[in-house]
Design a protein around this ligand. Structure first.
Ligand SMILES: [Zn+2]
Ligand SMILES: [Zn+2]
Ligand SMILES: [Zn+2]
Ligand SMILES: [Zn+2]
Length: 373
């Protein structure tokens, strides 16, 4: 019992000492377990700061750039502190779609045309080949965007007009694809005179007809005394085309035989000078193109008072006239360019010269001018 009492007394005394505390004789005991205060990870330290905050600068955009103006940025800490000066930001890219075949690339923000439209790049292809009798289909497709357009290719025969078969009063050709032979149709006839009456000339107002003083209709033929001219503008004849001229004729009497009898001229000299294409040489009894060698191989025998057919093919691309008598070639001649203004843009067919040149009282029949195409 005595021992317990002592323990209680000791405890009371100890508590009393702690409670009194601030005894001058007591000194604080340094805490040896703590190191130097607050060592941060950051090595940036504001000298003005008392060490409580270390800045963490991050780049912040202060002005957004556009495609036409520069932007700005700075380094800023969450506390508001700024490091260094503002720095420029580069232009923003334009806001545009890619250019296409049909549309420019235009910036929606500033309106600048960045790339002009390319335009289509068409490549042609054949979908179905046209034949002589069935239409074909051609397709034009843009290599870039795929846009395509179809075109119907008309069916039709293909004639090589450099290889005409000329017979009495007509010309034909053979289709290079199918072999079908055609004779160029009457619908391509530009001028047709049967010489049944004077009224026929009125059917062709585009043509100027210069008649000789004497004209006589007899058994559906025409007899003249002197030259007969047909004149018309060059525009009547399409370029790069061919024309067929055909007429039947009969010579009655001849005069100045040493020069030959002028029968037919296909000219464009505006009435001044003529290169007679076909002549009759009575002394030799031949029809020939006009040249010094009228007895050459390109002539055909002929006599007075007999009907002959003269067929001539004019190639307006080369201004060449090829002449046939009763379907037999007597050669070619070059004539003047009918499109040349020097020749009044006028094209003329002249039949038989005036009586003083030798031919008198010829007969005509079945004249026609046909376009070959
Ligand atoms: Zn800060
Ligand atoms: Zn822009
Ligand atoms: Zn395209
Ligand atoms: Zn054919």
């Amino acid at each position: 019992m005595k021992k317990l009492l002592i323990c209680v007394l000791v405890l009371i005394v100890a508590l009393a000492v702690v409670a009194c505390g601030g005894d001058d004789t007591q000194k604080p005991t340094p805490d040896v377990t703590q190191g130097p205060e607050n060592t941060p990870d950051s090595d940036v330290k504001d000298p003005d700061d008392d060490g409580a905050h270390t800045h963490d600068f991050k780049e912040v955009v202060t002005l957004e750039p556009t495609c036409t103006s520069l932007g700005k940025k700075e380094k800023k800490c969450s506390c508001g502190a700024v490091e260094g000066n503002e720095m420029p930001l580069p232009f923003a890219p334009h806001n545009a779609k890619e250019a296409t075949c049909t549309e420019d690339s235009v910036c929606a923000t500033c309106g600048k045309v960045l790339t002009e439209k390319y335009g289509h790049l068409f490549v042609d292809s054949v979908v179905t080949e046209a034949t002589c009798t069935v239409d074909g289909l051609a397709r034009s497709t843009c290599h870039r965007c795929g846009t395509s357009t179809d075109t119907v290719v008309a069916a039709g025969h293909t004639y090589d007009l450099t290889k005409l078969t000329v017979s009495k009063g007509s010309a034909g050709s053979t289709c290079t694809k199918c072999g079908q032979t055609v004779t160029f149709a009457e619908k391509q006839t530009i001028l047709k005179l049967d010489f049944d009456s004077e009224a026929e000339f009125a059917n062709y107002p585009a043509f100027t007809v210069e008649k000789p003083s004497e004209m006589k209709y007899e058994n559906s033929t025409l007899q003249t005394n002197g030259a007969l001219w047909f004149k018309y503008g060059a525009d009547v004849i399409p370029s790069n085309s061919k024309l067929l001229v055909s007429f039947d004729f009969k010579l009655t009497t001849a005069g100045l035989t040493h020069r030959g009898e002028s029968i037919f001229s296909f000219t464009s000299r505006g009435g001044n000078s003529y290169a007679w294409i076909v002549k009759y040489y009575q002394a030799d009894g031949v029809l020939s193109t006009q040249d010094s060698g009228h007895n050459a191989s390109n002539s055909v025998p002929a006599t007075l008072n007999k009907w002959y057919n003269c067929t001539a093919i004019l190639d307006t691309a080369t201004n060449t006239v090829s002449v046939y008598i009763d379907g037999v070639s007597i050669g070619s001649k070059t004539v003047h360019n009918h499109n040349d203004a020097k020749y009044n843009n006028n094209f003329e067919l002249r039949f038989f010269d005036v009586k003083s040149n030798g031919v008198s009282m010829p007969y005509y029949d079945n004249f026609k001018l046909v376009e070959i195409k």
